[in-house]
Design a protein around this ligand. Structure first.
Ligand SMILES: Cc1ncc(C[n+]2csc(CCOP(=O)(O)OP(=O)(O)O)c2C)c(N)n1
Ligand SMILES: [Mg+2]
Length: 897
């Protein structure tokens, strides 16, 4: 019988049954054991499957069982021996542990409050080291290697390894979290923006790493299936905290992994049973919860629960009580056992059953305390990784049980361990002794860093292992891309205007995208992404043109196949139709927008979505995208609080431009006309991919139809920098300047006519494509002026652009007033802003614009009102204008309505 008695579950009946029935159960089990013994586990599974089917057919309610026993998934018999030099690897790991701890400790002694973490890495060390020594490939021949998402708070351990590898200097380690000193320091967490040669993936905002990892693995398949990269055994590894699994982003897209059969994806959940404040599931068991969740979502689950030193205990246990006892414990108890030591474990864990006490009577309390959790045992971890990398047909999750603060003495498994930054002198020397660090006691107490000689066995071994695996990791070294984008002339259709036909900027953008997809140079590199909003934006034609990516092809005949614009799915399809997930779409945007650095292939993502569900909903992912030096185009559709009619409060966006302005590498535009979009997109491609700037774009597109004019000659610079004069006053020198953006530019144009015809006021109209860009420019110029008091003052572009333009400036936008108000420091009392502050309403454009006071009438009355205050217009006439134009003066302010 292959099954050891210790694994024989102690069967507990809800009510003690008759002896006859117990006998019957025993016979069934024996018969089953016999099948497994003689014919193998597969036959056993078949037999069980047949029984379950029969039970279901006869109406028996079969319990769904998603949990396996609280044991290692891989049995001792199935294990392969460890291929590495265990002794040397332990030495290396100890040195990494030491330096990781010492760098945080030292820095906090020197600069109290600077922070850092030591307990996360201490629990993760073996899980990472087995990977570094045996699995993480930096390359596959000429192809880029595995992509690894490191748990953010474990960064000191990753730095410490790179220090031993000779990639980071002692000076850099001493400047951990001191990034603004003479010698460059190390960033707190994985930030490619701050350490662009080192980190690839920002992970420290919890949940974002695992979600991005799933979509990264899918994007890898997309690139392979579209023939843009070679197919390799490359993997995506995501190291995830068990507390981190509480974030909805972490587990929210698991089904994509199994649906897409992503066997290139491995999650390693570091189940140290603790998060920041305390236990993850004190009263339950996080491993069971995760096992059920992942298994239910169709993942391959490998549990690494107990170290090899438990194996003989299981072997010796004839009663099955050891497993029973383990299954009785909740995580809070498991934590207490590690925190309180061997005598406590003996009494409280083993002591519950006399048979178990016997099992450990030959062991000292210290030995009992040291009984290892699986995630600290290289043998168990190696076997789990090996199986995970060999598994096909679905992603794998490894649930590795560890101890938070492992090896940190009094900080081990304590609730407060996450925030521990410094160790007491005594703990430092205990650490030195436990991990055998060859430095004098006094140096230990100082938290001195230690690196053995370059030709030491340890360093030679480390380097050799990495050499065999293709190089050091993490490393980020994008190859400069050879990219040639289309010239502006190639956008001629968009630049020519619509010849009087009313179209929306959304339609114009979609036809531009269609043209780009046909472009021989960049067409195949474009990655259109939509979260189930293709039809909203009229993208059906693109679906027909390039198809939706479907890893399995189209397994059904679409009902609309005989129509021109049918729903076309195929294996080499180009569109990522993500379904209703802006977070998932943003993850795809991230994978595509960083493909130039992860796969050495430029792809150009256009993520088109409902603008209200962009920055507002997934802003933190956009922040991480910028950190990762992502490039591409975010297209906020159905933009504008009054232009999207009917949809009301939760849909009408009047603030995404404000949020966009907070991201340093995001260049946000609010174009009124299609030619403006063409200029922005053309120049954007040039700057991002030809020049190689780390920037990305946010462009709002609207669904209001109106004729698109032809591009006025020479307006390119103004479009890109943020403002140009669109229509000069026809009736003499303008006394007032009207700024408009998006469709509200049309309201400004209508106001220009009203002012001229009814009130004899001449006004110029300007298209402001980007207040954000104008402000950035002005701030940069102002900074220069501040820093150079002795030199001639420079002028912000906004002031150069409107040089000579007289009178007050009425700026009207479909966004909040704060968007134009960004220019207030330079336009001062000249600026009067009309915008859409307040909650949206369900109504049509006419009523919405009247309510928010951004219609032509509101603009015209604002102009005469301001002119009257300046003594340039008759006050009585101004008052009357409100009445004449139907602008209510005594209604509630929409900002608070
Ligand atoms: C979105 C987000 N919320 C909160 C935090 C603050 N935080 C940092 S670490 C941590 C606990 C992490 O616990 P776990 O995921 O179990 O990782 P461990 O350190 O135990 O390995 C928290 C709450 C964060 N980094 N990101
Ligand atoms: Mg944890």
């Amino acid at each position: 019988m292959a099954l050891h008695k210790s694994l024989n579950p102690v069967i507990e009946f809800p009510v003690k049954p008759e002896a006859d029935y117990q006998q019957e159960v025993a016979e069934w089990l024996e018969a089953f054991d016999q099948v497994v013994d003689e014919e193998g586990p597969n036959k056993g599974a078949e037999l069980l499957g047949a029984l379950v089917q029969r039970a279901r057919a006869t109406g028996v309610d079969v319990p769904v069982q998603l949990n396996t026993p609280y044991l290692n998934t891989i049995s001792v018999e199935e294990e392969v021996p460890y291929p590495g030099d265990r002794k040397l690897e332990r030495r290396i790991k100890s040195l990494i542990r030491w330096n990781a701890m010492a760098m945080v400790h030292r820095q906090n002694k020197k600069d109290p409050g600077i922070g850092g973490h030591i307990s996360t890495y201490s629990s993760l060390a073996t899980l990472l080291e087995v990977g570094f020594n045996h699995f993480f490939r930096a390359s596959y021949g000429d192809e880029p290697g595995d992509l690894i998402y490191f748990q953010g708070h474990a960064s000191p351990g990753v730095y410490s390894r790179a220090f031993l590898e000779g990639r980071l200097s002692e000076a850099q380690l001493k400047n951990f979290r001191h990034e603004l000193r003479d010698t460059p320091g190390l960033s707190s967490y994985p930030h490619p923006w701050l350490m662009p040669d080192f980190w690839r993936f920002p992970t420290v905002s919890m949940g974002i790493g695992p979600l991005n990892a799933i979509y990264q693995a899918r994007f890898m398949r997309y690139l392979e299936n579209r023939g843009l990269i070679a197919k390799t055994a490359r993997k995506v590894w995501a190291f995830v905290g068990d507390g981190e699994t509480d974030e909805p982003e972490t587990l929210g897209s698991l089904s994509l992994g199994s649906r897409e059969k992503l066997d290139n994806l491995i999650f390693v959940v570091n189940c140290n049973l603790q998060r920041l404040d305390g236990p993850v599931r004190g009263n339950g068991r996080i491993v069971n919860e995760l096992e059920a969740g992942f298994r239910g979502a169709g993942w391959n689950v490998i549990k690494v629960m107990w170290g090899s030193d438990w194996d003989p205990l299981f072997e010796a246990d004839e009663t099955g009580l050891l497993l029973k006892r383990m299954e009785e414990c909740v995580d809070g108890e498991l934590q207490s056992f590690k925190a309180k030591g061997g005598a406590y474990i003996r009494k409280e864990f083993f002591g519950k059953y006399p048979e178990l006490l016997k099992l450990v009577e030959h062991m000292s309390d210290d030995e009992v305390h040291r009984l290892t959790r699986g995630g600290h045992d290289p043998q168990k971890v190696y076997n789990a990784y090996l199986r995970a990398t060999q598994h096909t047909g679905s992603p794998t999750v490894i649930l590795a049980q560890t101890v938070k603060g492992y090896g940190l003495g009094s900080a081990e498994a304590r609730n407060a361990t996450h925030s521990e930054k410094k160790l007491a002198d005594q703990a430092l020397s205990a650490f030195r002794t436990r991990f055998d660090i060859p430095i004098p006691e006094s140096a230990a107490r100082d938290g001195s860093l230690y690196r053995p000689a370059d030709d030491s066995e340890e360093l030679k071994y480390m380097r050799e292992r990495r050499r065999l695996l293709g190089g050091f990791m993490p490393t980020r070294k994008p190859k400069p891309a050879k990219f040639e984008g289309p010239a502006l002339e190639e956008f001629s259709e968009s630049l020519a205007g619509s010849k009087g036909r009313p179209v929306s900027t959304t339609m114009g953008y979609v036809s531009m995208l269609r043209q780009l997809l046909k472009d021989p140079k960049v067409g195949k590199l474009i990655v259109p992404i939509v979260p189930d909003e293709g039809r909203t934006f009229g993208m059906e034609s693109i679906i027909r043109q390039v198809g939706i990516y479907a890893s399995q092809g189209q397994l059904y005949k679409p009902h609309d196949q005989d129509m021109l614009l049918y729903y076309r799915e195929e294996k080499s399809g180009q569109i990522l139709e993500e379904g209703i997930t802006e977070a998932g779409s943003m993850a795809s945007f991230t994978a595509s927008g960083t493909s130039y650095s992860n796969y050495n292939v430029v792809t150009i993502p256009f993520f088109t979505y409902y603008s209200m569900f962009g920055f507002q909903r997934i802003g933190d992912m956009v922040w991480a995208f910028a950190d990762a030096r992502g490039k591409g185009f975010l297209i906020g559709g159905t933009a504008g609080r009054t232009t999207l009619s009917g949809e009301g409060l939760q849909h009408q966006d009047g603030h995404s431009l404000v949020l966009a302005s907070t991201v340093p590498t995001c260049h946000a535009y609010d174009p009124a006309y299609v030619y403006e979009i063409a200029v922005i997109v053309q120049d954007g491609m040039r700057r991002m991919y030809e020049v190689g700037e780390d920037r990305f774009y946010y462009i709002t597109v609207y669904n209001e139809d109106y004729p698109m004019p032809e591009m006025p000659k020479g307006s390119e610079e103004g479009i890109l920098r943020g403002i140009y004069k669109f229509r000069e006053a026809a009736n003499g020198t303008a006394a007032v300047q009207l700024f408009g953006s998006g469709p509200i530019l049309n309201e400004a144009l209508r106001a220009q006519e009203i002012l001229a015809e009814k009130y004899g006021v001449a006004a110029d109209v300007w298209s402001v494509t980007s207040y954000n860009e104008l402000r950035r420019d002005a701030l940069a110029v102002e900074r220069w002026n501040r820093l150079h008091p002795g030199e001639a003052e420079k002028k912000p572009y906004i002031l150069t652009a409107i040089e000579g333009a007289l009178g007050p400036i009425i700026a009207a936008t479909d966004y909040m007033k704060v968007v134009p108000d960004q220019l207030a420091p330079w336009l001062r009392e000249r600026l009067l802003t009309l915008g859409t502050d307040g909650f949206g309403r369900s109504d049509n454009r006419e009523h919405l614009r009247r309510h928010f006071e951004v219609n032509a009438e509101s603009i015209a009355t604002a102009a005469v009102s301001r002119l009257a205050r300046e003594g340039k217009f008759d006050t009585k006439k101004a008052k009357k204008a409100f009445e004449e134009l139907g602008v209510a003066t005594e209604v509630r302010d929409p900002a608070g309505a």
